[in-house]
Design a protein around this ligand. Structure first.
Ligand code: PMP
Length: 463
């Protein structure tokens, strides 16, 4: 189809019906699609997506937090085309290629000191599984076989395969599967909006860490690794917490001799204002999981970065149980590596993070202004190129809307009609746009989002 040629309503309907006959969409109650059929996207340019009928949508969420430079970026398109002309993919066991080598070199240079080895996999959850298995396996064969357990924060999200789901802690995704899951130690997490210590995120010394520390200490001998989403618990509702908590967690993990797995899948590559969130706490974890923005949002790929010491713990003469025999068919895919390299180069040559500092501030100011004296905005929280709004029914008690009201979903539907792709998380609306977003687009996003919120609230009053 010519992308400029809009389909008729009838043609769109036919496509949607065909989709629904065949496809089971992710993270969806498919019955909802009876009233909100899937939007058939034909093309994308920058922060904008266009559907087959010609309607446009501003991508306020970087297409599930992965798109960095905008859709259909000429430089990234070219990088894939150039690579495709040479090699699309090759088995990665015992074989390699230049894009992978060059990418590994760049990642080692850019990530915190000490992360010197790169293991490739193909999605975020797989990276989390890899890091967990490596940590466990390392301890098994390096004199600490008692270290068999993982710890992660309350409200954590690390993916949805069974290991990753086990360390996650959002009932919405995991409750049904509990009988299948690992027994994970749950650590108290910071909750800055509802801080039990009446502290302020920007100035506190993370007194809440004491409780977390106490649980760690009680289980110090059995812990293999602690997993953490640095600076933002994204899926939990963009819960931003201060670097000092992360720093204390890292120091405490080191002190008790367990690994720290930093899951930067959602926040890596500039989202928090620094290339990696760990930089703000000046920490260097034992493992860092990266995906999503790694390829600029173009290709499914992930990596686990780890240390020479952990690598050495597997290095031996042939003994089939000592090596890390984990593999995914598409490990180190050449096109994914090529586009990841091009994306990293763009971040540098375009001075993206410097530009983001201004845009991120503008986004924050716009939202703050729109939320001013709004009765149902409990908190506006921002970091780097992300601003979130937590909705409440009452600002004093900070009570959220009941989940049956589906406030996020109602606002999502309204926003789509007005050309905005939002994807609220329960009571939390957020803007996490591609870095190419323009000032005008930021204004448009915020304005439309608040119109939709007010529409929703007016409807609630009239019920
Ligand atoms: N960890 C974090 C912090 C994430 O946000 C996500 C995905 N949203 C994952 C892991 C899982 O990544 P994937 O969806 O690629 O499996």
């Amino acid at each position: 189809m010519n992308i400029n040629q809009a389909l008729s309503q009838n043609e769109v309907k036919q496509l949607q019906e065909k989709d629904l006959n065949l496809i089971w969409h992710p993270c969806s109650q498919m019955k909802d699609y009876e009233t909100l059929p899937p939007i058939v996207i034909a093309s994308g340019k920058g922060a904008e997506l266009t559907d087959v009928s010609g309607q446009t949508y501003l991508d306020c969420i970087s297409s599930w937090w992965c798109n960095l430079h905008g859709h259909s970026h000429p430089v990234l398109n070219q990088a894939i085309a150039d690579q495709l002309a040479k090699l699309e993919h090759v088995i990665f066991a015992n074989f390699t290629h230049e894009p992978a080598i060059e990418l590994a070199e760049r990642l080692v240079a850019l990530t915190p000191a000490g992360l010197d080895k790169v293991f490739f996999s193909d999605n975020g959850s797989a990276a989390v599984e890899v890091a967990m298995k490596m940590s466990f396996h390392y301890h098994q064969q390096n004199g600490q076989p008692n270290r068999r357990r993982f710890a992660a924060l309350e409200d954590a999200y690390h993916g949805e395969t069974l290991g990753a789901l086990s360390v996650s802690n959002l009932d919405l995704y995991s409750q049904v599967y509990k009988p299948l899951m690992l027994e994970v130690l749950r650590l108290p997490a910071p909750d800055c909006y509802r801080c039990a210590y009446n502290e302020c995120r920007e100035t506190c010394d993370a007194p809440c860490f004491e409780k977390t520390h106490a649980v760690m200490l009680a289980h110090q001998e059995e812990l293999s690794a602690i997993l953490v989403e640095p600076l933002i618990q994204c899926a939990a509702g963009m819960k931003i917490y201060p670097p000092i908590f992360l720093k204390k967690l890292s120091e405490a993990a080191k002190a008790i001799g367990c690994h720290l797995i930093a899951d930067e899948i959602a926040v890596g590559f500039g989202r928090t204002g620094t290339l990696f969130a760990c930089e703000q706490a000046t920490i260097s974890p034992d493992f860092m999981c990266l995906s999503k923005g790694l390829t600029g949002g173009y290709m499914p790929m992930s990596v686990v970065m780890t240390t020479q010491a952990i690598y050495n713990g597997f290095y031996d003469d042939y003994n089939r149980h000592r090596a890390f025999l984990h593999s995914h068919t598409y490990s180190g895919n050449a096109m994914a590596c090529a586009v990841a390299l091009a994306s990293l180069k763009l971040l540098e040559t375009e001075h993206t993070l410097e530009k983001n500092a201004t845009k991120g501030q503008l986004l924050h100011t716009l939202v703050k202004k729109a939320a001013e004296s709004h009765l149902n905005v409990g908190e506006v929280r921002s970091i780097g190129m992300l601003t979130a709004i937590e909705l409440v029914t009452d600002k004093v008690s900070k009570t959220g809307f009941a989940s049956e009201q589906r406030v996020g979903y109602q606002i999502y539907k309204k926003a789509l009609k007005k050309g905005l792709l939002l994807r609220p998380l329960g009571n939390v609306l957020y803007f996490l746009p591609p870095y190419c977003v323009t000032e005008a687009q930021l204004e448009q996003m915020v304005q439309i989002c608040f119109e939709c919120l007010d529409d929703f609230l007016a409807e609630q009053k009239n019920l």
